[in-house]
Structures are given as structure tokens and as C-alpha cells.
Design a protein around this ligand. Sequence first.
Ligand code: NAD
Length: 348
Amino acid sequence: ERVGFAVIGLGRIALEEVLPAFAQCKTARPVALVSGSPEKARLVAAQYGIRPEAVHGYAEMERLRDDPAVQAVYIALPNGMHREYTERAAAIGKHVLCEKPMATSAEDARAMVAACAKAQRWLMIAYRSQYEPTNRAVIALVRSGELGKLRFIEATNTQANGPGPQWRYSRQLAGGGALPDIGLYCLNAARYVTGEEPVELTATTLSPEGDERYREVEESVAFQLRFPSGVLARCLSSYGAYQDRMLRLQFERGAVTMPHAFDYQGQRLVVQRRVGDVPGEEERIIRPRNQFAQEIDHFAGCVRENRRPHTPGEEGLQDQVLMEAIYRAAAEQRPQHLRPPAEATRGP
Ligand code: NAD
């Protein structure tokens, strides 16, 4: 029997990626919807074979409590709503898979971890890249030592955003601009690639003057992280430049480039190294998989087998702590020194 999910929020990510991905899942299926648009929700339910009585409005979400088919929720709402819906889902006994960024503050993230712990429900943050095969291959390559010690990381996540208004430009609903939305991929990648937590960071934020969209949130952010092993990561994220989702690693004896590291698909892995006496370049072919399906199946497995997710609430919380430090570094224009979290943020 597959683990039943209620999808909460029927926006772009839910309709275009999450719901279609269930078709490729082996252990999960969508069985309920929570939406503010009954009309749309009814159509979507019919399309996915979801019972009409399993479609609810936001105010009636607690009705999921009495639906034994629903074991978990997938929260696909604006960032500023993640805490409320996580707490409400945990309170009615459902496991929570929550979209990134986890929340709009470290305080909210802590409350979400506490709420799920209290309810004894699993909480996972949807860090899809950590379930994507090429990113996983890069992690394995770093750990193998094949190219020597990792020295430097360069991570970019930029896109040219259209006009507002939408919730992404609201501090209250988004928590910030490019940083929590797309810069988060660079931050999280620097952490999962090294397997370490940064001890020092510097940052600069930037917004074009007179652009209404960036009155509350930043358009661009550049930040640098120093890790205990000495690895330096340079990260850049912006809503104002042509799309680039690149991850590059420089080792003692080679380099790895992933030109589409954070894309939904189309990942590539190029390795540069000396072959004999000459510098060479090769592309490694990794079997592609739908990373949303991988992520959902992982969580369904955790629910079934009662084990801690690979990217639990603590993983999201650590990024929230670091993003607050990045904003502090930018505001004060000086480096921030960080204490590592007490416990490992990642599960098996
Ligand atoms: P969206 O704007 O397309 O969808 C948001 C949904 O929330 C809509 O259905 C909207 O009606 C609903 N909603 C309810 N209350 C709202 C309110 N007060 N204001 C605005 N909308 C409200 O957004 P999206 O791109 O689907 O993003 C949803 C979440 O998914 C965000 O947390 C985002 O960061 C995350 N996301 C993740 C990825 C990924 O690759 N994992 C990609 C895009 C978005």
C-alpha cells in the first residue's frame, strides 16, 4: 500500500512538478488536496483520481484528521505559510514534507521542528537536489578523494524574473528575495558537497534603485563561506540576470563542473583532470531520474519504515540560521563567525 499524501496549495510547483511526479513514485500517491480555489481543486482532483470528498479548503484542513488514507502532507504554499501549515498538520497526526525554504525565520523553523517532534511525526524539507542522482554522484566523488582534496566551490543560481506583484517580493510571505528562493540552493549545496558546516561568512546584497519589486526584498546576493577543512565557497544568486544554475568544484588534482546543477532536469557532470601528462576533460553519464519523485519516495519510505529523513527539519533550520547570518553580514558589512549546530542536521 502506497503512502497517501495531501497536497496543500495548488500553485506552480504543485501543479507542474509535484503532482505529475507522483506518477513516477513507487511508494507514494496523492489522495487529497487542500486549496483556496474549490473550482480548480475539483478539476485537479478529477485529473489525478482523487476523491471529490478529499478536496478541502484551507480553513477545513483539519478534516484530514479523519481521513485514514492521508498519512502525510506536501506543503506547497508561500514560505511565510509553511510554519502554520506544518503545525496544523502535525497537530492532526500527519507527517510533513514541506517545500523549501523551510520558513521565513530561524525562529519559525525551530517551532516547526518542535511541533513535529511533539506530535511524533516526521518532518522533511524538500531539498530536491539532495535526491537528484548527479548531485549525489558529485557528493560521492568528493568523499572518494579521487581528485584529491576539495579546495574551492563556486555556486550560482540566477534567473531574470518577470514583473510583480507576487508573494515572492513580499518580506512577510517570502522572508527575503533571491536568497531564500534560489540562493538557498547554493548555500545548501556548499553544505552537502563538503559535508561540513561553515564557520565564517561574508555577504553583500544588492537591489536596483527605484525598482518597486525590490523595496522589501533583495534582488541579488553574493556570499562567501569558509568551512573548517579550509574549503571556500563563493555563491551568487539573483533575480536580475539570465538563468545560470551552475556548481563548480576545484580539487587539488582536478575540477568538476555541473552546468545545470540546480535545474529540474538536464544535469551534466564534467570532470577535468590530468590524464598522463595532458589536461583532459570527460563527461560522466549519470542515469537521470525525476528528482521530485525521488524526494517524495524517500519521504514515503521514512513514513513506512519509521526512519529519519535525509533532509529533516534540522537541515532546513540550519539554512535558516545561516541565511539570517548572511543578511547580518550584508547589513553590518563584516564577517560573521558561526558556531556549528550541536547535532548532525542530515539523516541517513
Ligand atoms: P505559487 O505562487 O505558484 O503557488 C502558491 C500557492 O499558494 C497558490 O496556489 C496560491 O493560491 C496559494 N496561496 C495561498 N495563500 C496565499 C497567499 N496569501 N498569497 C499567495 N499565494 C497563496 O508558488 P510556487 O512557485 O508554487 O511556490 C510554492 C512553494 O514552493 C514555495 O515555498 C516555493 O519556495 C517552493 N518552490 C519550490 C521549488 C522547488 O524546486 N523545490 C520550485 C518552486 C517553488
